[in-house]
Design a protein around this ligand. Structure first.
Ligand code: PRT
Ligand code: ZN
Length: 292
C-alpha cells in the first residue's frame, strides 16, 4: 500500500454502501489512477496529488469540517442533518433520494398539523426538528439508530421520518409518504479553510473542474440531425445547446447537418419537437467529457 503523502489533497468517500461504487467510478472517470482492494483504508493516486480515504458516510462531514480531509463525497441528507461547516462544491448525479415523513396508510394524516402529539421515529432528528418547528407541530421525536421503518408496526412510534428512493421499503411495511421534507443527492464538499490555502485550492479546483465535466457529460447527449436549411431557425430554438450548434452543408441541396448537445432530462421532448420541425436522420450518442 502506498503511504499517505502530506502534500497531497485528501478526499473521503464511502467505503461500502450506496455511494461507494458511484464515488469510485466518478473519480476514475475524472482521470484519477489508483488501486482499490477490499478492506483498503486509503489509496494514493498515481497521476494526481490526491489521497482517497474510505470511511463510513456519516463520518464524512465531520472529517471534512475538521480538516482531516479536504474534500468529501456525501449525501445532502447527511450534510443537512449534521450541520457541519462544509462548503458544497458540486452536485453529483447519484444518491438521489428524499427525506419524508411516512405513516400507516390507514392513518388519516393530510396536513402537517395532523402530526400533533404523534410519535415520529427517525435517525434524522435535526431535520425533523426543523420541519416540526417550521410547521409549529408538537410531536415526540423517537431517536433510533436504524431500521426506522419497523417502528410503527412494533408500536414504538406512530410515524417515521426517513430516506426513501423507490418507496418499496415503505410499502412493504404498510407505510406511505405523508410529507416530503426535501430531495437529496450526493455532493462534492470541501473544508472551507482548504479553499483558502493557495496550494490546495489549485489542486481542488483542478479536480473539481474534472468532476463537474464528468457530471455534466453524463447529463447530456450528443445529437446529430439533418434538416432543410430554412427550418434551422425553428430547430435552433428547440435545442438549448452548449453555445450555438454546429451546422454543416449536405450534398442534398438546401439541407444541412446540425450537431448539438441536449440535456438528458428534456431529451425526448426535444426529439419529438425536432421531428415536428422537419429534422430527420437523428443520431444520438453518449458524451464522455464536456470541458467548458
Ligand atoms: O455504512 P455507512 O454508514 O457508510 O452507510 P449507510 O448504511 O449509513 O448508508 P447507505 O449506503 O445506506 O446510504 C448512503 C446515502 O445514500 C444516504 O445518505 C443517501 O444520501 C443515499 N440514498 C439514496 C439512500 C437511499 N437512496 C435509500 N433508499 N439511503 C438510504 N436508503 C434506504 C431507505 O431508507 C430504505 O431503507 O434504502 C432503503 C430502500 O429504499 P427504497 O425507498 O428504495 O425502498
Ligand atoms: Zn451511514
Amino acid at each position: 500500500m502506498t503511504k499517505l503523502n502530506g502534500n497531497n489533497i485528501k478526499i473521503a468517500i464511502q467505503q461500502k454502501g450506496r455511494l461507494a461504487e458511484a464515488s469510485l467510478e466518478l473519480l476514475k472517470s475524472a482521470g484519477m489512477e489508483f488501486d482499490t482492494y477490499k478492506r483498503m483504508l486509503y489509496s494514493s493516486c498515481r497521476n494526481f496529488p490526491l489521497d482517497i480515504l474510505y470511511v463510513r458516510d456519516d463520518d464524512i462531514p465531520q472529517y471534512v469540517a475538521d480538516g482531516t480531509v479536504d474534500l468529501g463525497i456525501v449525501g445532502d441528507d447527511v450534510i443537512m442533518e449534521q450541520q457541519m461547516k462544509v462548503k458544497k462544491i458540486a452536485p453529483l448525479n447519484f444518491g438521489y433520494c428524499s427525506l419524508v415523513i411516512a405513516g400507516p396508510s390507514s392513518e388519516k394524516i393530510f396536513k402537517p398539523r395532523d402530526l400533533d402529539n404523534l410519535r415520529i421515529a427517525t435517525t434524522y432528528a435535526n431535520c425533523l426538528k426543523k420541519f416540526l418547528k417550521k410547521n409549529k407541530i408538537q410531536a415526540k421525536i423517537i431517536n433510533l439508530a436504524g431500521s426506522v421503518e419497523v417502528a410503527p408496526s412494533v408500536n414504538v412510534a406512530d410515524c417515521i421520518c426517513d430516506i426513501t428512493s423507490t418507496g418499496n421499503t415503505l410499502k412493504m411495511h404498510g407505510l406511505e409518504e405523508k410529507f416530503k421534507l426535501f430531495d437529496s443527492r450526493s455532493y462534492l464538499i470541501s473544508n472551507p479553510k482548504s479553499l483558502k490555502d493557495k496550494r490546495k485550492f489549485k489542486e481542488i479546483e483542478r479536480l473539481a473542474m474534472r468532476i463537474k465535466s464528468v457530471v455534466k457529460s453524463k447529463k447530456t447527449k450528443y445529437i446529430m440531425l439533418n434538416a432543410p436549411k430554412k427550418n434551422i431557425p425553428e430547430i435552433i430554438k428547440i435545442i438549448p445547446g452548449l453555445d450555438s450548434p454546429t451546422l454543416m452543408p449536405l450534398a442534398k441541396k438546401g439541407w444541412v447537418a446540425l450537431h448539438s448537445v441536449v440535456d438528458e432530462e428534456v431529451f425526448w421532448d426535444v426529439i419529438e419537437k425536432l421531428r415536428h420541425a422537419g429534422a430527420s436522420g437523428i443520431l444520438v450518442s453518449p458524451i464522455e467529457k464536456i470541458i467548458n
